[in-house]
Design a protein around this ligand. Structure first.
Ligand SMILES: [Zn+2]
Length: 317
């Protein structure tokens, strides 16, 4: 009987489940909608019911060594709880590990969603299994995960790797969800890039000015066509991102810095610009050794990383 890990990626819209072999092959994947109504009280019971249904049918003959979950919010790894996951409707700390262990009698490991995606990319994605990998995900916000010597850097307060809240010198001073202003997230997330474009819209006359509602996709498409305003915005965002990446590289000299998330799907158009700024800011020895890469697992990074949590944290094997 082959051994498996069960990885769960809990998101604000869908919750994805993946059965992963101990060597990192995804054997089965399924998902359920995340029901955030009634303060998210259905979320964990729905997850448990879905797993129990699979365990009673398709997974009946599989040996599952443990369950890992990546979840938005602030994770307390000692108590297995998550708090501040406001987009799930959770206003108080949720005892997630206790609920899973009581219901399924399997070891359970919880991690922040960006950290889980970082572990996934390190294990089976662009990180090539290397020991030192940094991951950034550019979506509605900017998440980050730092892995050094095969260990996640979680920090003394559990907030290690919050690269999205790097302070960046810029003329805009957009407010950040964390309460500060001028965080990297306010400039290079999907919403940040739209804000950058909006801030220039009134002063520059180009095609972008005629769009009633700006989106990231429109800004990147117009930039590729040569629209001057769109290009200015993409170049500026790439400059902030490249600068942040070179600071990370000069501090840690990791094997790779991996960029994922919806914004990074602009492919080489964005990455070429980020790379140029990145290389310009790097210490020579760092320039030769730290690679800047695009993520390769897409939306499955969280599932792989959650499964990998079982591999690295389950001392029972
Ligand atoms: Zn912030």
């Amino acid at each position: 009987m082959e051994n498996y890990y069960l990885g769960i990626d809990l998101g604000g819209t869908t919750t994805k489940f993946g059965l992963v072999t101990t060597e990192g092959r995804l054997k089965k994947e399924w998902w359920i909608p995340t029901d955030c109504r009634q303060n998210g009280t259905r979320i964990i019971p729905d997850c448990l019911a879905s797993i129990q249904k699979e365990l009673a049918s398709e997974l009946k003959q599989k040996r599952i060594l443990g369950i890992g979950m990546g979840c938005p919010g602030a994770v307390d790894r000692v108590h297995g709880t998550v708090s501040n996951a406001f987009n799930l409707g959770w206003t108080h700390a949720q005892p997630i590990r206790a609920a899973f262990e009581q219901s399924l009698c399997l070891p359970f490991f919880l991690e922040n969603d960006a950290n889980a995606a970082a572990l996934g990319e390190k294990w089976q994605g662009s990180g090539d299994g290397e020991k030192d990998v940094v991951f950034l995900t550019l979506g509605t916000g900017v998440g980050g995960g730092v892995i050094l010597n095969d260990q996640l850097v979680t920090g003394v307060g559990g907030a290690g790797g919050e690269i999205g809240h790097f302070p960046v010198t810029n003329p805009h001073s957009f407010d950040c969800s964390c309460g500060n202003s001028s965080c990297l997230e306010t400039l290079v997330s999907a919403t940040g890039i739209v804000k950058l474009a909006e801030s220039y819209r009134l002063t520059t006359a180009t095609t972008l000015n005629h769009c009633p509602k700006l989106t990231n996709a429109i800004i990147f498409a117009e930039a590729e066509k040569g629209d001057l305003l769109a290009l200015k915005v993409v170049n500026e965002a790439a400059n902030y991102l490249g600068q942040a990446c070179s600071m990370i590289a000069n501090l840690l000299n990791p094997h790779s810095i991996i960029i994922g998330g919806g914004v990074a799907e602009a492919k080489d158009f964005l990455m070429d610009r980020v790379r140029a700024r990145f290389e310009q800011g790097n210490f020579p020895a760092v320039r030769k050794t730290t690679k800047l890469k695009r993520a390769s697992l897409g939306k499955d990074a969280g599932i792989f990383g959650a499964a990998y949590l079982v591999k690295i944290r389950n001392t029972a094997g």
